[in-house]
Design a protein around this ligand. Structure first.
Ligand code: ACO
Length: 396
């Protein structure tokens, strides 16, 4: 198609076949179900690495040495204090506010409290902004949940690991000791690793495009959080749980919902099924499905929702509609079940996704800035009215 300046413009709604950048961070092959961060298989990382190691790998390109990891963690811990005035902003939200909206607003607000994080032209400045947000973000995540539950806000415990600290900040009850459960720590570590990056998805592309205007890192991340919120993206994990719960309350008839999902006159979709890129299986879903079984078994949780999930999955695998369209469970089909077993409220699921995705967004933003990419500015093909004569309001 011809654009207004005469050049040829490609129209590719949803950018299904349009690359926006060159990237050396995450490789995925949707046909074969392969996902690698910086060349390392997701299966190996989920089993052998911890979340902070993976964050370092994604952001800086190499697995850290013990010393590098210790320094990274120390620098993050030093930045884990959030200005007290941010609590006032949090207090101003109604209790009913969705945690993703709150998180996006607070992340953006951090820019005002940390203006030096905006003009980051050197790698050193970038590093400072990166450890700042890695330190403060888990605090915001925990505060967002505690505010909803009416619990006092607190900082974590710097003697703990990154993921352990997140759990303690979220779950510690006033006047009670908090004991970490290694099964829960391990499961959350795995979930965060699996969500840590996924190349040019909707939220990551948002972070890159906002960052390409040289808006600050925190503002770019806030935009990414808003993009992640939608039910066709990260919001799917909440939507899956709500769907499964709805099916359970409606008598557990999975066949009825399979039929609804296939009925084109019905807007209902089977949440947690289908993926823009994975057309055979989502390797993250394979790992999570196993983890869900283990965690529920280890914690002794019997959740009827897991049976409904398994029922839907096995029916979809046999169903021509789903098979023809290559619709398989994605990462979020099972993640919500694990979050629920951990005691995380449904509305917080997408926030947990954001916590996991944070290093990926940072890595992609850093890569974009280091490569000195130009401002993102897609073109369009105009299909509106031609020139029209203006009519005064009395003549319309
Ligand atoms: N249930 C029923 N039908 C579906 C589903 C579904 N979950 N997903 C896709 N389809 C159908 C579409 O109706 C369409 O059918 P048609 O060819 O007869 O018109 C066909 O499959 C292709 O679907 P598109 O929407 O064109 O595929 P696209 O790549 O644009 O969308 C998406 C991918 C958004 C993930 C989609 O599959 C979906 O909405 N899934 C449910 C939401 C979800 O789980 N999102 C999480 C994605 S993973 C993540 O963000 C971590």
């Amino acid at each position: 198609l011809r654009g207004s300046t005469g050049g040829v413009i490609t129209i590719d709604p949803g950018y299904k076949n349009t690359g926006s950048c060159q990237s050396g961070i995450t490789f995925l092959d949707g046909e074969k179900g392969v996902l690698r961060y910086r060349g390392y298989a997701i299966e190996d990382l989920a089993e052998k690495a911890d979340f902070l190691e993976v964050a370092y790998l994604l952001i800086f390109g190499e697995l850290p040495t013990k010393e590098q990891l210790e320094k990274f963690h120390k620098d993050i811990k030093k930045e884990s204090v959030v200005d007290d005035d941010v609590k006032k902003i949090l207090d101003a939200f109604p209790k009913s506010a969705h945690p993703m909206g709150v998180l996006a607003s607070l992340t953006n607000a951090l820019t005002a409290f940390n203006p030096s994080s905006v003009n980051v032209d050197s790698e050193e400045d970038m590093y400072k902004a990166i450890v700042k947000i890695l330190g403060k973000f888990p605090v915001l995540v925990a505060w967002t949940m505690r505010k909803k539950q009416g619990l006092p806000l607190d900082y974590g415990d710097s003697s703990l690991g990154y993921v352990e600290n997140v759990l303690k900040m979220m779950f510690k009850q006033p006047n009670e000791a908090y004991t970490l459960n290694p099964i829960v720590v391990n499961a959350l570590d795995k979930l965060l690793i699996l969500h840590a990056d996924h190349e040019q998805n909707c939220s990551t592309s948002t972070v890159r495009i906002v960052g390409s205007s040289h808006a600050g890192l925190f503002a770019s991340l806030a935009a990414g959080i808003s993009a992640l919120w939608g039910p066709l993206h990260g919001g799917a994990n909440q939507a899956v749980l709500e769907m499964l719960e709805g099916i359970r309350q409606d008598g557990g008839d999975t066949k009825k919902y399979m039929a609804k999902a296939k009925d084109k006159s019905d807007p209902f979709r089977l949440m947690g099924f289908g993926h823009r890129v994975y057309k055979n299986f989502d390797p993250r879903a394979t790992i999570i499905k196993k983890a869900a079984d283990e965690v529920l078994g280890d914690l002794g949780v019997e959740d009827p929702i897991l049976d409904i999930a398994k029922g839907l999955e096995s029916e979809a695998l046999e169903d021509k509609y789903f098979v023809d369209r290559k619709l398989y469970p994605n990462v979020d089909f099972y993640s919500g079940i694990i979050y629920r077993a951990m005691g995380i409220p449904t509305e917080m699921f997408t926030v947990m996704f954001a916590l996991g995705r944070l290093p990926g967004w940072i890595a992609q933003w850093r890569e974009m800035r280091l490569r000195k990419e130009p401002i993102g500015r897609p073109r369009q093909v105009y299909i509106g009215e031609n020139h029209r004569e203006f009519k005064n309001i009395s003549n319309r």
